[in-house]
Design a protein around this ligand. Structure first.
Ligand code: ADP
Ligand code: ADP
Length: 228
């Protein structure tokens, strides 16, 4: 079954100069547990697409479905990760990762929350760093921690908008491997926005190429990467 379904979505922003068409009759579907990588030139509507999936915006026409339900309002069940993760400096790494559980699972005991967060920190190689402050970690480590935070509460879908864009090439490839290791132990569905074609093929189970103005799905590649 498809976890994310986007059916014939068309959207234009209202601007002082009139409507700016961004997406034109966009259709795509992501099966549960799969990674969809979305690539396309800057300004083609990739961030708009993520806002639609997260329910932060409504399309002019068409439908967005998540888990068999029409998306009409912001969803707690969507995790987000960005290029520059915002971490709370007055909290430790562990306390930052636990944060979504405090919001979404108020009845969960503190030891259970810690155990869940530590499980993920171990999977991304950050055990031993849980008591550090965010500024004491490298950019790559902070991005690992932010991935843990984005999935700690088991959201239906993780949306990543250029998550590794600010990292150097070596760190970025480390993170790709971490992502595979994480997925092997902790299955989740994700939409990955990226400019990096190699990244899209390495991490995506399908690669959705957007182009045109307004943008539409140009083609979809099914990827069967030997390492993934
Ligand atoms: P991408 O993420 O692919 O760079 P975006 O979805 O951010 O593309 O933007 C697509 C187009 O829509 C761009 O031309 C951008 O300037 C415009 N745009 C994005 N957000 C808004 C907004 N809130 N109001 C008006 N125009 C917007
Ligand atoms: P990104 O590529 O990460 O989406 P953008 O520069 O496209 O970053 O957008 C940053 C913010 O500015 C977004 O919240 C977007 O909605 C808004 N924005 C982008 N383009 C426009 C625009 N032409 N008019 C109004 N708001 C815009």
């Amino acid at each position: 079954t498809d976890l994310i379904e986007i059916k014939g979505v068309t959207h234009a922003y209202k601007t002082p100069n009139g409507p700016l068409p961004v997406l034109d009759n966009l259709t795509l579907s992501v099966p549960e547990g799969e990674f969809a990588a979305v690539v396309g030139p800057s300004g083609c509507g990739k961030s708009t697409l993520t806002r639609l999936v997260a329910g932060l915006m409504k399309p002019d026409t068409g439908e967005v479905w998540l888990h068999g339900e029409r998306v009409k309002s912001p969803r707690k069940t969507v995790g987000m990760a960005f290029q520059n993760p915002v971490m709370l400096e007055w909290r430790t790494i562990l306390q930052n990762v636990i944060l979504p559980l405090e919001i979404v699972a108020p009845s969960m005991s503190q030891p259970d929350r810690k155990a869940r967060a530590m499980e993920l920190l171990q999977l991304v190689g950050l055990d031993g760093f849980q008591d550090k402050r965010p500024s004491e970690l490298s950019g790559g480590m902070r991005q690992r921690a932010s991935l843990c935070r984005a999935i700690v509460h088991k959201p239906d879908v993780l949306i990543m908008d250029e998550p590794f864009g600010a990292l150097d090439a070596f760190t970025r490839e480390d993170l790709w491997q971490t992502m595979h290791a994480l997925r092997a132990k902790e299955p989740f569905t994700a939409v990955l926005i990226t400019h990096d074609l190699r990244e899209s093929v390495y991490l995506g189970d399908q690669v959705i190429v957007l182009s045109g103005r307004p943008a539409t799905t140009q083609f979809v590649l099914d990827v069967d990467y030997p390492g993934g």
